[in-house]
Write a protein that binds this ligand. Sequence first.
Ligand SMILES: [Zn+2]
Length: 137
Amino acid sequence: MAQPLRLSAGQYQSIIDHARACSPEEACGVLAGAGGEVERVFLMENAEHSPTFYMMDSREQFEVFDAIERDGLELVAIFHSHPHSPPLPSAQDMELAFYPDALYLIVSLMGEEPEGRAFRIVEREVTEAGLEVIGDD
Ligand SMILES: [Zn+2]
């Protein structure tokens, strides 16, 4: 059974704020931590500046992955936003999911409230992992 992605309310809010700030373009970033628990949220630039697609800036991605390794952390999840569509992986999201050990969080802004869902994507096979947002107190 897939392990859900657990985020603090503050971490989740920073992702939503980034998604809203980038809208109508997709936003993206990386969640790093240890033992599957997220400790750091990296809000990143969508190098494509597209409303339907995201690509991390290769230089920024290198720097972030380098910082994760330097701090002895691991990649827990990769997130991006869907400004105008449901939080489900697109064909391109499945195609470009290169990290089978990471979770993929998608935050949709199409509804009144943002909706986040987390998936594992292995060789284009998508499994819902679940998202748990835990209070900060
Ligand atoms: Zn997508």
